[in-house]
Design a protein around this ligand. Structure first.
Ligand code: ADP
Length: 232
């Protein structure tokens, strides 16, 4: 079984909107995948199904062998442990330093303080912010804040890093820096990356697998894909 599998997945919201229609996908361990498509095409819905923010109306979603569709609410934490999630807005805690924001996310209870420190510093080093350990979020640029949120997402060493428009608030140069950090995580740690984005330059520069969602359907799935302007 692949790390992520969607089988005949449909998502219809209570208001009657069908956001996904018979989606079938397989993503293997270590892959880097972009999910692209116009606003309202169903990208966020697809991503929300992976971390069980939403449940499919029909079909099955597997993440790391867990049938997410059938997971009881009380077991969702087991799924979330396998995942790191990065959003467009960084969601950092303003009164905590960079170090504290990342350490706070370490879920492994009973860790010795030295171990907490080791893992936190490792994650912060991975995103290139070791010199900002004691800074507060409002002392950092947008790109740096996003890198902190990425460090927080990887500190538990998840199998999958899910990114929902992570460069949405950033200028092109900063966006590319953040992409290099995400690519480094994929290459150095072998973490599987799934990233929803609108950002043409990034998709074209990175030359990764691209899944195009259109009106809730997988319209295209290509290795080393390009972001074509027509219809997207
Ligand atoms: P994208 O991320 O590509 O912009 P979404 O997955 O957010 O697309 O939305 C797909 C469709 O589902 C849209 O028509 C949107 O209005 C609808 N939708 C998204 N979330 C909800 C919701 N919670 N309730 C009802 N409709 C929703």
């Amino acid at each position: 079984m692949q790390l992520i599998e969607l089988k005949n997945v449909y998502k219809r919201y209570p208001n009657g909107v069908t956001a996904l229609c018979d989606v079938n996908l397989e993503i293997s361990k270590g892959e880097f995948v972009f999910v692209i498509g116009s606003s309202g095409s169903g990208k966020s819905t697809l991503i929300k199904l992976l971390y069980r923010q939403e449940k499919p109306t029909r079909g099955e979603v597997y993440v790391g062998g867990v049938n997410v569709s059938k997971l009881r609410n009380g077991k969702v934490y087991k799924l979330r442990r396998k995942l790191g999630i990065v959003f467009q807005d960084y969601k950092l805690l303003p009164k905590l330093t960079v170090y504290e924001n990342v350490a706070f996310a370490l879920e492994v209870y009973g860790l010795k303080e030295s171990e907490v420190r080791k893992r936190t510093i490792k994650a912060i080093e991975q995103v290139g912010l070791k010199d900002k350990l004691r800074s507060y979020p409002d002392e950092l640029s947008g790109g740096e804040q996003q890198r902190v949120s990425i460090a927080r997402a990887i500190v538990n060493e998840p199998k999958v890093l899910i990114c929902d428009e992570p460069t949405g608030n950033l200028d092109p140069d900063t966006s590319m820096e953040v992409m290099k950090v995400i690519d480094g995580i994929n290459k150095d740690l072998g973490t599987t990356i799934i990233m929803a984005t609108h950002d043409k330059e990034i998709v074209n520069a990175m030359k990764k697998r691209v899944i195009v969602i259109e009106k809730g359907l997988v319209a295209k799935d290509s290795q080393k894909g390009k972001y074509k302007s027509e219809g997207i």
